[in-house]
Design a protein around this ligand. Sequence first.
Ligand code: ADP
Ligand code: MG
Length: 568
Amino acid sequence: MKQANDLKALLVSIDRKGYPAYKETRGIYQFEGYQLSIDHVQGDPFASPSNVSIYIKEKDGGFPEEYRKKKETKIALEDYILRKFAFLLEKYHFKAKGSGKSGLISTSKCGQEILERTACHIKKDTGDMIVRLEIGFPANGRTVNSRELIKIFFDFLPDCVEKSLFYKSHKEDEVREIIELAEDQQYMREQLKELGLCAFVADGSILPRESGVSSKPMRGAVPFASPQSMRVVLNLPHRGKITGMGMKKGIVLIIGGGYHGKSTLLRALELGVYNHRKGDGREYVVTDETAVKLRAEDSRSIAGVDISMFINHLPNKKNTLSFYTKDASGSTSQAANTVEAMEAGSALFLIDEDTSATNFMIRDELMQRVVKNNKEPITPFISRVGTLYEKFGISSIIVAGSSGAYFHVADQIIQLDCYEPFDVTEAAKKEAKQFPIVADLDNHCEKPEFHRCPKPNMALKKADRVKVKVMGRNSIQIDKENVELRYVEQLVDGEQLAALAYLLKYAQLKIMDGKKTLSQVVNELEMIMEKKGMEALSDASYLPMALARPRIQEVFACLNRYRGWPME
Ligand code: ADP
Ligand code: MG
């Protein structure tokens, strides 16, 4: 094993040489208490920064073994360590000087959600830890300035490592609190199942965010207070008794005037599939972890989806048992989103009227009189929502501000009044009796067929190198084919998109064969991430991008939005 001093000597010897001399530094070096691995060296000071990782053996790191035994506490610990490390790095960002990206030091930025990330990974069995970061190797023009890199490797980095990657540098209580919150959150998720709930929103939760571009909690917000009739008491292992609103499985409606907080509550439920960090305001909001937000998504592509439970007899005679389009309408896109979510194993649909196709949701009486049912290809969601629950066990939580039609089918109706929820089920049902519904509510249907067996894109298979690119939180590109993910609203981090890009590539190059069903393909991807970690998705010897783990539902969503499938 090369020693830290070898690296220093090497760096001294290449000072003022041409930039490619940095390539020689690739390798692993023993520092005090950790190994520094230079995995990939950038080609020039303006290119993407170099990839560096730090290995810490379990005996040196010293974090209690029990903390990594359970998945949720291990992820919470990794998240905690990474946040600390990232915070410390900030102080040194661009402190080393030079041209282009010289002196850049960064790692993943964690948001409000706690995600499994490649930037900090503790091995479950051994407890060894790897932390990944990017460093812009300093240059003057295109000439190596290794004196500045020596500062980074021998002053800056050791300081950050020492203060964050060893257990002894943390307050024990602080770490324990993180672990206990994760255990409480996991307990709440288990309780949902025990109590027949699809979501729980704790009293005192802060749901609204600071602004449209900040996911920090709003200051001065009205704290959540559950209506008495829906109040549930949970006894958390650490925090103890906690009360909140239990949303029962079945069909739940959220109503109320404009600006009274409906979409804010729904958004909190959408993100309740993730655990939130302490102080977020939503750390005790949990939703069935398979929940999927359904919305209209005009212009998305659809490849071979059986949308016949919602759409039939299209005027162009297109087959809706296996529907293809490169440019879906509002209603067909929402129908496909719904059926695909069923395929992805979702047990809870979340729908906001604001982002739905009206004709997908309802058809009013007057319209039915004028446009006869046999001229309307759409069976609206209201006619299926009951069957979805009774036959397939899928609950729905629906925000409705303008149509009372769903009163007839809802099991629970919550009205938000100045951000405070009231149980108005009885009153609303009573009123609804005076407005008999004309929609066919007893409209039973068969489960859609899910036997698509995707084939890989051959152009991709033949290519020497398949390039993937991530455009922030919005889309990914694989071999120049764009996959639009902006409207997959439960993706919260660009690193999840990076992981999806890798998954899409991996699935095509290594799994899909035209015989395995889409579900089998996604299951295999899950197994790889679970058993070998997300690192296994990269064919390079290192990870060029930081990845965060998406849920299985978003893996389906990504594969479903790819436009590069060979057409039948
Ligand atoms: P709706 O969907 O009912 O029209 P929104 O959920 O969009 O309403 O909320 C309207 C506004 O009120 C938003 O700016 C939101 O941030 C704010 N808001 C939501 N909930 C609260 C709350 N509990 N306290 C204070 N402001 C809130
Ligand atoms: Mg709204």
